[in-house]
Design a protein around this ligand. Structure first.
Ligand code: GRG
Ligand code: ZN
Length: 328
């Protein structure tokens, strides 16, 4: 399969790699525009999505590293956490994105690691769960984000890991999936976070693999795309949430990879570049990243390989000496 730029190319069978690179680079130039890294308060997440997508396409050097690191460091608050932009409150989600960006720029040494670790550790609750910020919402997303961030910083020992696992297991449902809090319905996004957290803590043994594998593969619809829970429509971002979970539990062959690839390709915008949530919709940086990440996980188009748990290029995790037993 070729990778090309031409408008004459059939985007339903080819990946428009060069156009996607241009699309992402241009987002950075459209400062103050509506699309500027999705929305202002999410800029740290947006930068992580865009940068990682470029990295998978071997084009990270197209970004201005020094300028971005200076901006990123200006988003750190006195309590150690990072805001989504310079004048925004700290949040666990933007703190993880900041760390993932620094890993990709090989610049973790720019960080006062102890202050960030302290910030994250304080967010763990008595029952092992994590809150995302000062407002106190509990969600398995925050368990995962805290565990992933501490793992990248080499300080997982600072939290109560057994309690963290206990809380995640309370969020497991009869169908083998996981929800955001105990009793909440299974959702592919929450499953990614719970499976990822358990993988990092070396507790994949607590997962009901067959049940979960079935639930996940039933997310594939006749159009090849995946949905996030029963009765919902397909969306490109589930090419990450579902495919990464299947990959971590070693059941990626339980869905039709070729049909999903075609669905993702149909969501490409062959004029502007970028990938949309559904065929014909407007592209955005979030779905561009998750579409490309899904293709990378499935091994298409000579993309840099992404790790299904850390959501970073595998080669960078090897450099950090992070153990990836699921990556056989
Ligand atoms: C490092 C990749 C990475 C992520 C950090 C924030 C986070 C951890 C994970 C988010 C997991 C999650 C809950 C994803 C789901 C997002 C989503 C599309 C929600 C909408 O779901 P529905 O079912 O609506 O309400 P749809 O659009 O599917 O019909
Ligand atoms: Zn989506």
């Amino acid at each position: 399969m070729t990778t090309t730029n031409s408008n004459e190319v059939d985007h339903t069978t080819n990946m428009l790699k060069d156009k996607h690179v241009e699309y992402i680079i241009n987002l950075d130039k459209k400062e103050k525009s509506f699309e500027y890294w999705v929305t202002e308060h999410l800029r740290m997440n947006g930068l992580y999505w865009g940068l990682t997508a470029l990295n998978l396409m071997n084009s990270i050097d197209k970004m201005n590293k020094q300028e971005l690191i200076d901006w990123l460091l200006s988003c750190q608050k006195p309590n150690g956490g990072f805001g989504g932009n310079t004048h925004h409150d700290d949040h666990l989600l933007s703190t993880l994105s900041a760390i993932q960006i620094l890993v990709q720029f090989d610049s973790l040494d720019k960080l006062d690691i102890d202050s960030v670790v302290n910030y994250i550790v304080k967010l763990q609750q008595e029952d092992g769960s994590f809150i995302g910020d000062q407002y106190g919402e509990v969600d398995t997303r925050f368990s995962f984000v805290a565990i992933l961030a501490l793992s990248l910083l080499g300080h997982l020992d600072k939290i109560n890991q057994d309690k963290a696992v206990e809380f995640i297991n309370k969020c497991k449902n009869f169908d083998g999936g996981y929800g955001s809090i105990p009793g909440a319905e299974s959702h592919a996004g929450q499953i990614y976070t719970c499976v990822g957290a358990l993988a990092i803590l070396n507790r994949l043994d607590t997962i009901d693999i067959d049940n979960l594998g079935w639930w996940l593969c039933e997310r594939q619809l006749p159009n090849g795309g995946l949905n996030g829970r029963p009765e919902k429509s397909s969306d490109v971002c589930y090419s990450w949430w579902v495919v990464s979970s299947l990959s971590t539990i070693d059941r990626l062959d339980w869905i039709d990879n070729d049909k999903l690839k075609t669905y993702i390709l149909k969501c490409q915008d062959n004029e502007t570049g970028g990938v949309a949530d559904k065929p014909g919709d407007m592209p955005d940086v979030f779905h561009t990243f998750f579409g490309i990440a899904g293709l990378s996980l499935m091994g298409y188009f000579d993309l840099e390989h992404i790790d299904p748990v850390y959501a970073l290029p595998t080669k960078l995790l090897d450099k950090l000496n992070i153990n990836l037993p699921w990556n056989k």
